[in-house]
Design a binder for this molecule. Structure first.
Ligand code: UDP
Ligand code: MG
Length: 313
């Protein structure tokens, strides 16, 4: 199978028929073998009925229904697990992303050999309350992740080699950082394609402003887990030891001034408290690293590595 289109959706009943027939049109025009995996993320409207009806007419349309709303990341993850196509394309259900981009995205993955191609809504049709924070978010993500060639991390329209989606795991609200997660998993041939973006035709956005706070915290945890998840002692231990010895040095200095030079009034000096504080904080950081290490050692996936190939097995 050439292409799997994974579509996470929440209350998008009006958009779905149009979206499905548009995808079908593009796929037949280019003679792709394909499947559409629509993941209904706990819709309260008739989205699931629409999917069921459409899947009767077109066997390429498949549906997965969640019992409740778990979030876009969960829907993507389940779609990724089910996908069988050589190229996996994700797309929002609200018709803001255009299925006409599929052939070019497919080409960039199969011919140009990119692991991941992310859409870039160069010209966006969203309110300014959304576009300005998004610029900041993208700049921060670029800086932290070192993926400097992406303007738009959170575009719903993305294409992947199959092995990429099979080796990454998205949960919580981490769908915003899939390129970062992919890079940590070793898939670093990442490109961007400017894509058409439409105004939302039906329904309304499912994400509010809280996304930016959550998004920032998620970025920190992804970076942290990617870098130190399997060796927490290296960060906590280093900081802890540094802090501890800094404190010790201060207190040695204070001890010398008191015993040898007879300076009095120790507890009136700010560095006295600084010395004590850094010793305590240092010891705590060290213990945190030690505990983290014990937990990492017992984690079920402690020896889980992404293997890209095997021979003679
Ligand atoms: N979505 C979802 N689960 C959620 C929230 C959103 O599956 O909890 C889907 C939604 O139906 C749409 C896509 O994720 O297909 C992007 O959502 P939306 O268009 O509301 O986001 P925006 O374009 O405003 O960033
Ligand atoms: Mg949208």
């Amino acid at each position: 199978m050439n292409i799997s289109v994974v579509i996470p959706l929440l209350n998008e009943e009006e958009s779905l028929p149009e979206l499905f027939s548009w995808i079908e049109k593009v796929m037949t025009e280019h003679q792709f073998s394909y499947e559409v995996i629509a993941v209904d993320d706990g819709s309260k409207d008739d989205s699931w009925k629409v999917i069921q009806a459409q899947s009767k007419q077109n066997p390429n349309i498949k549906g997965i229904q969640f019992q409740r709303n778990y979030g876009k990341s969960a829907a993507l993850q389940v779609g990724f697990e089910a996908a069988q196509g050589d190229v996996v394309i994700t797309m929002d259900a609200d018709l803001q992303d255009s299925p006409d981009e599929i052939p070019e995205l497919y080409k960039m993955i199969t011919v140009d050999g990119y692991h991941l191609v992310s859409g870039w809504k160069k010209k966006r049709y969203d309110p300014i309350t959304k576009t300005v924070p998004t610029k900041l978010f993208n700049a921060a993500t670029r800086y932290v992740s070192g993926i400097n060639n992406l303007h738009d991390f959170n575009c719903g329209l993305k294409a992947y080699q199959k092995k990429v989606v099979k080796s990454i795991e998205v949960y919580g609200e981490m769908h915003r950082y899939i390129p970062v997660i992919a890079k940590w998993a070793g898939f670093d041939k990442i490109a961007e394609k400017p894509v058409q973006h439409q105004e939302r035709k039906y329904g309304k956005t499912k994400f509010g402003l809280e996304r930016f706070v959550n998004g920032f915290l998620d970025l920190m945890s992804i970076t942290f887990v990617g870098r130190y998840g399997k060796r927490p002692m290296h960060i906590f231990g280093t900081l802890g030891v540094l802090s501890f010895f800094f404190g010790i040095l201060i207190l040695i200095y204070l001890t010398i001034t008191k015993t040898i030079f007879g300076v009095v009034g120790m507890t009136n000096r700010p560095i006295f408290y600084l010395g004590i504080l850094t010793i305590i904080v240092g010891a705590q950081l060290f213990v945190a690293g030690f505990l983290g290490e014990l937990i990492a050692r017992n984690g079920a996936d402690r020896n889980h590595y992404h293997i890209s190939d095997k021979t003679n097995f």
